[in-house]
Design a protein around this ligand. Structure first.
Ligand SMILES: Nc1nc2c(c(=O)[nH]1)N=C(CO)CN2
Length: 199
């Protein structure tokens, strides 16, 4: 029997037409994710509307977070997430902060720390905006900017507030607290009828 892992995935969409379209993109993406034989979504946050980061870099995003159970390895799961992004027309070659159709980020898988604790610590401590020197496609877990981003932590706190970062040692709720009110500035869950709960 392959091992069943616990995973956290952050979903983001920013379309020029924003809003309604972007949340439809997220809904169909999590439908595809849940339809895969070796992945199931066990909880999904509400859809949040969030200002683009960095500020002024484009239209608002729709963001959500999913808790999954999977038998896939981290590498296979990441490939699957990229394949779903490609189905939505995302082109990873168009640059880091360009307008994207769909973003599926693997935030964490069990307590994996990759590539290793010392390297991840160095990347976590990099000043904002400074580039990491990872190889293209290299697996980094947990996501190295997770603790700085309200648009990740806000939705995540709805489905996994007690999940503890294996290197930082803080829970999602504690990381969100540390960001303070400014960390969620301008961000809001869209409406009560968006969830939580799946489907
Ligand atoms: N609000 C918000 N801003 C972003 C997002 C995102 O998902 N939400 N994703 C980015 C690229 O990963 C860059 N900026």
């Amino acid at each position: 029997m392959p091992q069943l892992s616990f995973g956290l995935v952050s979903l983001g969409a920013n379309l020029p037409s924003a809003d309604r379209h972007a949340s439809e993109t997220l809904r169909s993406a999590w439908g595809i994710l849940h339809g895969a034989p070796d992945i199931s979504i066990t909880a999904i946050s509400r859809i949040w509307r969030t200002p683009a980061f960095p500020p002024g870099s484009g239209p608002d995003f729709a963001n959500a977070a999913a808790r999954i159970a999977t038998t896939l390895t981290a590498g296979a799961l990441l490939e699957r997430l990229h394949a779903i992004e490609a189905e939505f027309g995302r082109d990873r070659s168009t640059g880091r902060w360009s307008v994207r159709v769909l973003d599926l980020d693997l935030i964490a898988l069990d307590d994996l720390v990759l590539p290793d604790a010392a390297t991840l610590r160095r990347w976590i401590d990099l000043p904002p905006g400074q580039q990491r020197n990872e190889a293209p496609g290299q697996l980094i877990l947990p996501h190295p900017r997770l603790q700085d981003r309200g648009f990740v932590l806000g939705p995540l706190a709805e489905i996994a507030p007690g999940w503890r970062h294996p290197l930082i040692g803080q829970s999602v709720a504690e990381m969100l607290d540390r960001l303070g009110p400014a960390g969620l500035a301008g961000m809001r869950p869209r409406s009560g009828d968006d969830g939580p709960g799946f489907p």
